[in-house]
Design a protein around this ligand. Structure first.
Ligand code: FES
Length: 177
């Protein structure tokens, strides 16, 4: 076997193991999409994946997996690098771009007000309503899937899930180059 053949065999084995590592070992539950092996996601802590026309972020926090649209409802910031913090007992991802707070469980945008009814006045967090589409994480054996949130009507983060928006990004990236 020539050196070139050896390289090709090695590459083929590598690609085959990579594709095995990204294929489900179980059948997907109905209307769900495979994200990855649980062990790989726990190691990575956060995984972005394009599945069935949607860009989703799956993240692991304190033993729980959460899923949501990967771009922030405000201006499309990438949530992958956002910190997880608690506001009035609600776990949120804090968008790295302008620090908007989004609840992990419901996708609600939170904002802070000064409650003057309290003596002395205290700050508290209120909801703007659901702004970010969050998705259901399903674990089957060691595989992780998401089922899209089917809340009817438009949710703010939907605007960054269109082909038109992706085309805009590509154009912007090409322009930068
Ligand atoms: S883009 Fe997320 S806070 Fe502005």
């Amino acid at each position: 076997m020539s050196a070139e053949d050896k390289v090709e065999v090695t590459m083929t084995s590598l690609l085959s193991s990579l594709s095995l590592a990204t294929s489900p070992s179980t059948s997907p539950p109905p209307s769900s999409y495979f994200i990855g092996r649980k062990e790989e996601i726990l190691q990575a802590r956060r995984v972005e994946k394009f599945v069935n026309g949607r860009d989703v972020l799956v993240l692991h926090h304190e033993g729980v997996l959460h899923a949501m649209d990967k771009r922030c409802y405000h201006k499309g910031g990438l949530l992958q690098g956002g910190d997880i913090e608690e506001f009035d007992g609600r776990l949120c991802i804090v968008c790295p771009w302008h620090k908007f707070k989004i609840t992990l469980a419901e996708g609600e945008g939170l904002y802070q007000v000064l409650d003057r009814a309290q003596k002395p006045p205290k700050h508290k967090w209120l909801s703007k309503g659901v702004k970010q589409r969050v998705h259901t994480v399903i674990e089957v054996d060691e595989d992780v899937f998401v089922r899209f949130n089917s809340m009817p009507g438009s949710i703010d983060s939907d605007q960054y899930q269109t082909n038109e928006y992706r085309a805009t990004l590509e154009t912007g990236e090409k322009t930068k180059k």
